[in-house]
Write a protein that binds this ligand. Structure first.
Ligand code: ADP
Ligand code: MG
Length: 467
């Protein structure tokens, strides 16, 4: 047993989700990604004297949506605070956030890792605004600042230290992204920075009931980096403890190039953010009606659909997981299943043909021309043995997309794709194939039994795919 096996890693996350609102958290500046730098910056974004921030109602609604989906308690009254610090990309000198009275408390999310279900508790969710962006790699001599992102609305989800590995962190982030997309509160795009996380990492001897001293790795915007940072940190902390040292609580930076973490600041030098209630923003008050309205508008959630697909449609976990990855596809599949109990046939079509087709064509599901009825009729043709599945996928499917108004059976007939179970038709082709390949027949008779595949291929070809 290696020394590392004696330890367990403990991880808690602070996840930032950028909300897909049209305007910023406290003013009407646009949030469009990729605009010319500093073109979406008003005096309110900059916190100029005399300007007043005003809460974007959507941010509050989105926070409640996420809270309800995660089973959090929604605070009927929450407050905004100022978190004071000086940094070039924060010209106001403070970030508007929620400190001790956040909008959502508690909740949980279930993960499935290596076939085991793990529950991760949510500590709270709060609303805040993003800072601007410092750009270090464009001008060789100067740091450039783009303030378009300053004031963009964020939700921060803080988990309890319930995670135990990089794989669990990855699964949690992927579930969170999926949930944000289902709820349509964020595109969850990590590459564009719409989702990022801080990883708090500590180690302890297995079986210990106390947590070890933790370090916080800031701003991980890719799961690959997060997993690397966790691996690096767990080894570093264990090595340190094993050699008689002590982990010092600190904030770390992860360098993707070296794969190492480095200290930004230690606890003693931690910022005193001098939080205080923002005097410009009134408390956020939610009525019961507002909350029930948001609740009644929640879409079907991914884990609910997953369970339904497994229990009601008898699909494997693997198939159900693939089919619930994205809300549109999941709901379309569900709609098809209302009209046919050929669940497995539909699942195969969605997983092996429809989804790859949409990806290849970069087509939105909303632009896909075939209706649920059409797809149900399509898989029934295969199930009833009217069209072979190979021919259906290769020839009928593209034809159906071209002529989506035509009924699949009629289309298959007009394309002469109907499979023949007619014995005379078959034996005639078989005889022909045997007659045309005397050498192969001899070889087969002498024992080269795997030639059967060759004969079957020939028969399928001669029948134009109908046999
Ligand atoms: P602070 O308010 O000082 O940032 P919190 O106690 O709120 O600290 O914790 C912030 C994050 O750190 C949470 O995600 C929490 O789960 C995590 N965390 C707390 N203690 C530990 C620990 N010993 N090891 C790993 N993560 C921890
Ligand atoms: Mg914190």
């Amino acid at each position: 047993m290696s020394v590392y096996d004696k330890y367990e890693t403990v991880i808690g996350l602070e996840i930032h989700i950028q909300l897909a609102t049209d305007s910023k958290a406290f003013c009407s500046d646009s949030t469009t990604f990729g605009a010319e730098p500093n073109t979406q910056v008003s005096t309110i974004s900059l916190g100029h004297p005399g300007t007043l921030p005003m809460l974007n109602k959507k941010q509050m609604e989105y926070a409640v949506k996420l809270g309800l989906a995660l089973g959090s308690e929604i605070n009927r009254e929450s407050r905004f605070d100022r978190k004071n610090y000086f940094y070039a990309d924060l010209p106001k000198g403070y970030q508007i956030t929620q400190d001790n009275l956040p909008i959502c408390i508690g909740g949980k999310i279930d993960l499935r890792v290596e076939n085991k279900i793990r529950t991760v508790r949510i500590h709270h969710i709060h609303m805040e605004e993003d800072a601007g962006k410092s750009i270090h790699d464009v001008d060789p001599k100067n740091t450039l600042i783009d303030l378009n992102r300053a004031g963009v609305p964020l939700l921060e989800i803080v988990t309890e230290p319930d995670l135990r590995s990089g794989e669990e962190v990855e699964e949690l982030m992927s579930n969170m992204r999926q949930l944000a997309r289902y709820l349509e509160i964020s595109d969850g795009n990590m590459e564009e920075g719409s989702m990022r996380c801080d990883c708090n990492i500590s180690v302890r001897l297995k079986g210990s009931s106390e947590y070890g001293e933790r370090c916080e790795v800031k701003n991980l915007n890719s799961m690959r980096f997060a997993k690397k940072a966790i691996l690096f940190e767990q080894k570093r902390q264990i090595d340190l403890i094993e050699s008689g040292g002590k982990v010092i609580q600190s904030t770390l930076n992860f360098d993707p190039v070296s794969g190492k973490t480095s200290v930004l600041r230690e606890k003693e030098n931690a910022h005193d953010y001098r939080y205080f209630p923002d005097p410009d923003l009134p408390p956020v008050v939610l009525s019961e009606e507002q909350i029930s309205k948001i609740k009644s508008e929640l879409p079907a959630l991914p884990h609910v659909l997953l369970t339904k697909f497994k229990d009601q449609y008898q699909l494997s976990h693997y198939d159900a997981k693939l089919l619930t990855e994205e809300k549109g596809l999941a709901l379309f599949f569900d709609q098809c299943c209302l009209q046919s109990d050929n669940y497995k046939g539909l699942a195969n079509l969605f997983i092996n043909k429809l989804n790859p087709f949409l990806n290849e064509e970069k087509m939105n599901l909303s632009d896909f021309p075939v209706t649920a009825e059409g797809l149900v009729a399509f898989v029934d043709l295969i199930k009833d043995g009217k069209v072979s599945s190979a021919i259906a996928y290769q020839r009928l499917f593209p034809a159906l997309i071209e002529s989506s108004e035509v009924e699949p059976m009629a289309l298959a007939e007009s394309l002469n794709l109907i499979q023949s179970a007619d014995e005379d038709f078959l034996s005639k082709i078989v005889d022909e194939v045997i007659a045309a390949n005397p050498d192969k027949v001899k070889a087969y008779q002498k024992g080269k039994k795997n030639l059967i595949g060759f004969f079957m291929g020939q028969v399928m070809r001669s029948s134009g795919g109908k046999a």
